[in-house]
Design a protein around this ligand. Structure first.
Ligand code: NAP
Length: 293
């Protein structure tokens, strides 16, 4: 039963009705035995400042922040983490005695999701599709995983230029390239990379027939192909990569780990999920998305 003294957490975004966060976070709240509830609010850009004030006034302890507010919300916080400053984005707000602090847990989510394969990232050449907010968090995580070379491609030139500049100047990735400026074909660039990451929405429901790749012949069993999209569970890119013998991973674990990290920030508790529980939660989320594993 929900009681008056329960902590209130929520996710804000526009749109928000399809967010998996309430299902995921309420499962974790229940599993960890926390006296809390987690809900969702549909918030428009013009109401961001009021939302942060409401968080303070109502004593809402934590907010997750999703598209399209991640790049704006932190400007209304009282304190921001070093990573928020570096990335210019936040996905977590914490209210501690009326002081609102902003954090970003996406890079942690990515790193934790590849923990079992992290040695593959050391000194690796990585090809990254996309240069939006998610790609920036992934690039930061890649710098922490000590990759050697990052090649990035985005259909928007300006975005990829900015991301590569940040990767060089702030993330200190040793070698950085914009794909279009390399004098090689896409296949050659992919052949030269062992890790291929899709950080674009291409392939996501309802556009599951689309893919960032047209030709899969270049993918082989030495590749690790990671798609941040988790709906469908296997995008066209992952399906073909799997057929070519590559190791594949979707974005569901990243989503879970960024959410778990937010919950740790709000509760200041060392909450841990075993592999078994991670799998159990993943299955519930797939069910919610009507995906058969
Ligand atoms: P975003 O800000 O829209 O960035 C995506 C970028 O990719 C845009 O610049 C987009 O250009 C570009 N793009 C589109 N098609 C492309 C293509 N074929 N090749 C190269 N670049 C292309 O989106 P985001 O917020 O970074 O999110 C990207 C994806 O990651 C989404 O599907 C999101 O759901 C997912 N995500 C997953 C997690 C997780 O935990 N698993 C976390 C964050 C995000 P245009 O703007 O011109 O289309």
């Amino acid at each position: 039963m929900i009681k008056a003294n329960f902590d209130v957490f929520a996710v804000i975004g526009d749109p928000i009705s399809h967010s998996l966060s309430p299902v995921m976070q309420n499962w974790m709240i229940n599993y960890f035995g926390l006296d809390a509830i987690y809900t969702a609010f549909h918030v428009k850009h013009k109401d961001l400042m009021t939302t942060v004030e409401a968080m303070r006034a109502l004593g809402i302890k934590g907010l997750n922040v999703t598209v399209p507010h991640k790049e704006f919300i932190y400007t209304y916080a009282d304190q921001i983490s070093d990573t928020v400053r570096l990335l210019g984005a936040a996905n977590t707000l914490k209210n501690k005695e009326g002081i609102i602090s902003a954090f970003v847990t996406d890079p942690y989510g990515f790193m934790e999701s590849v923990k079992k394969d992290q040695e593959e990232f050391y000194n690796a050449n990585v090809f990254l599709f996309g240069a939006g907010g998610a790609a920036k968090s992934v690039a930061f995580a890649l710098s922490k995983l000590k990759i050697k070379k990052l090649i990035c491609f985005d259909v928007v030139d300006e975005k990829v230029k900015n991301l590569i500049k940040t990767c060089k100047r702030d993330f200190k990735i040793p070698e950085t390239f914009i794909f279009n400026e390399l004098n090689v074909s896409l296949n050659d660039a992919l052949e030269d990379s062992t890790i291929i990451i899709n950080a674009t929405p291409v392939g996501m429901v309802p556009n599951q027939n689309t893919s960032v790749l047209k030709d899969y012949a270049v993918i082989n069993s030495n590749h690790f192909v990671y798609d941040l999209v988790y709906n469908p569970g296997k995008t066209k890119l992952l399906l073909y990569a799997e057929k070519r013998g590559a190791k594949i991973q979707n974005g569901l674990d990243m989503l879970i780990f960024q959410g778990l990290e937010s919950l740790r920030i709000w509760t200041e508790k060392d909450l841990q999920l075993s592999q078994k529980k991670l799998y159990e939660l993943g299955s519930i989320m797939y069910k919610e998305l009507s995906i058969n594993e």
